[in-house]
Each structure stands twice: as structure tokens, then as C-alpha cells.
Write a protein that binds this ligand. Sequence first.
Ligand SMILES: NC(=O)c1ccc[n+]([C@@H]2O[C@H](COP(=O)([O-])OP(=O)(O)OC[C@H]3O[C@@H](n4cnc5c(N)ncnc54)[C@H](OP(=O)(O)O)[C@@H]3O)[C@@H](O)[C@H]2O)c1
Length: 231
Amino acid sequence: MDKPAYTVLVTGTNRGLGLEFVKQYAADGWDVIACCREPDSARDLNALAQAYDIEVIALDVGDFEQIDKVAQQLRDRKIDVLINNAGIYPESSLGDLDYAAWGEAFTVNCMAPLKMAEAFSAQVANSQLQKIATLSSKMGSVDDNTSGGSYIYRTSKAAVNMAMKSLAIDLKPLGISVVTLHPGWVQTDMGGANGLINTQTSVSGLRQVINLLTTYNTGKFIAYDGKEIVW
Ligand SMILES: NC(=O)c1ccc[n+]([C@@H]2O[C@H](COP(=O)([O-])OP(=O)(O)OC[C@H]3O[C@@H](n4cnc5c(N)ncnc54)[C@H](OP(=O)(O)O)[C@@H]3O)[C@@H](O)[C@H]2O)c1
């Protein structure tokens, strides 16, 4: 029997974890909507799009008008899984904090995932799987913070954790489930070469977490290995 064709929309897909999400879902037969800031220069993504059913769409998640336009363009689509993956990690050291960079990190890491959920909730609600997943980080856990620093990144991820918790509660009546994810320390441009795991291991684990997500376990913060993280 043919597998049902599910659709996933992922942000920030030209490199790192986003590119790996696209690769694995496409290889598994899903229809993939791959958003990235600059499709023309997304070489690895475009190479994948030659081999699989991948729709590449230009989207800077910091541009909320563009989010609305893309949502309008895709208004008739069913989106089974929406993955807010795009993120930034501006440096921040005490005594020399860049407050403009802080604002940008809040826009991209915290407000954009919620804006995406607002803009695409109808398409997710109309789908079969009805799931929204957002890449956060253990660095956004207040409980886990034993080393200090990273003010900008930590606060933007702690804030998105809270936003996703409220979203899980508010969208549950529509049948939509929401999960906040920690991908591990991963070898990407952001994680650096010393990361403990590669993108394949992280994304296979995260996909399994998304697979097990239902309205019964909605609103949790879960790592790629399935372990729940204390906020
Ligand atoms: N790697 C880790 O160890 C780690 C650990 C915990 C959490 N995370 C989280 O996992 C997610 C993916 O991280 P990664 O390691 O794959 O990072 P990465 O290698 O730095 O890739 C980040 C991706 O986000 C995109 N992006 C940044 N700003 C954007 C914007 N305004 N609009 C659209 N796309 C934008 C980038 O696109 P451009 O190429 O256009 O900049 C790139 O595709 C992030 O949310 C990150 O915080 C990563």
C-alpha cells in the first residue's frame, strides 16, 4: 500500500539542521516545502531539489510581511508538520552587549516561530498530522544554566520556550500539537566542529520525537534522544 504523502514546511533550509530535515523527509517520500533566505545561492538545497519533490521558497523569517505573503501563496495547502528551524546565535559578552543584535535575535529566534504559527495554523489544522515543532536549545533552559553568559541566545530561546508552551495550550482545541526541541550539540556552522553529534543523528532523533508527538503529550521540551528537558 502506498504511504500517504505528508507535507512538511521547514525554515532555514540552506544549511545545517534545516538542510538535513529536508534531506531526510524528502528521502522518506514526504512533500517538502523548503524555505530559505536566498534560494539562488542555496547550492546544496538546490542539488537536493533536483533529486526529490522539494519546493524551494524564499523566506526571511525576520520579515513578517514576507511570512504573510508566503502563507497566502500556500493558503490551499495542507501542512502536516511545520518546523521552525531558522535561528541565530549572536555573540554576547557582559560589558559589551549589542542591544540591536539582541532585538534581532528576539525577532528571529522567538517572535518569528510564533508569527509562522499564526500565519500557517489554518494549513496545519487542515492537515492530517497537525504538528508544529520549534528548534529551541537547552541553552534556553533556566534549570540547565550553570555556566552563565550567552545572554542574547539564552534569553531568546527561553522566550520561545514560553511562547511555544502557550501555543500548545491555545492550539490543542484545534487538534494541533506543539513541541519545543533541543537538537543536541550538533556539528553545524552554529554548533562548530566540536559538536558532539552530526546532523544525521540529531535530525533522525528529532523526527522520531515529532513522530511521537500527539495532543496528549503536547507542550513539552524534548531533546533529540527523546528525553524531556526541564524548562
Ligand atoms: N547546532 C547546534 O548545536 C544547536 C544546538 C541547539 C539548538 N540549535 C538550533 O537549531 C536550529 C538550527 O541550527 P543550525 O545548527 O543548523 O544553525 P546554522 O548552521 O547556523 O544554520 C542556521 C540556519 O538558519 C537560517 N537563518 C538564520 N536567520 C534566518 C532568517 N532571518 N530567515 C531565514 N533563515 C534564517 C540560516 O540561513 P542563512 O544561511 O541565510 O543565514 C541557516 O539556514 C537553530 O534554531 C539553532 O538555534 C542548534
